[in-house]
Design a protein around this ligand. Sequence first.
Ligand SMILES: [Zn+2]
Length: 288
Amino acid sequence: MSRPQPQPAPRPIPASSQFAAGFRLDWHFSTLRQGEVGLLCLLGSEIDSARANWRGELVPFFHAEGGWYALLAADMDALPRAYPLVVHAQLASGAATFARRVRIVLGNFIRENFTLPSAAAGLVDASIESAELAAITDVSTYSGKLPLWDAAGFELPLSSALTSPFGSFRALNAGIQTRHSGWDQQAATGTPVRAMAAGRVAFAGQLKIRGNYVLIDHGLGLYTGCAHFSALQVQAGQTVGAGQIIGLSGNTGRSSAPHLHWEVRLRGRWVNGLALLELWLPQPQSRL
Ligand SMILES: [Zn+2]
């Protein structure tokens, strides 16, 4: 698979806009593929707070460069159809409401078969997968209400080729079926791996499937994780800059050969990291 080259795009022209009570809601997408992240921007003065209600989730807006923003996550296994979305803005005096249906379309995920060597075959187990997901959920509930990334935005953790895509349906050792929560990149053991954006280390330690793993909190419930490290070079709680080396790649955990697995989680959902890298994101305002 050839390597796409995500670029930080210039501030895009919205796909569409809605107007209500002197406020404008910019939609930076028209539909979302399964696993994609969508950006909404609310513009107007005197906004105290705003939230979107979509697919049973209350999504808070955050204040950043020139407006109020929300990141929507289309689950990779969401049924492809249109879902009603309501945005509610609380103003100094009164309120404004916007409503529209947002369509989720198929992600066109591929199927992959993997044979794991005997040392890792014991980790092909649905209960180990669910325990690991619970452990990741436990350490990803403390995200703050402000973005932690900086002007550098988000970048790939390595510059090597991508080898296995997000969302693929995987059969492991002709046994359990699982979904690929992130992307894989070529990486010989010992390759330095970079933080995908500025943030705070939520977890740096050992997991059964992901091996030596680093999870970075970028605020707003947005996390990036890198797996199978041979050595970790950060500790939980520390802040990291965009591009800072966080560890050396390896082959620990449920892995059939040295490589880097990286993944993006938004408010408890795995999302397509490349889609996030291609998304224009506002720069956070300096914190008070
Ligand atoms: Zn992977």
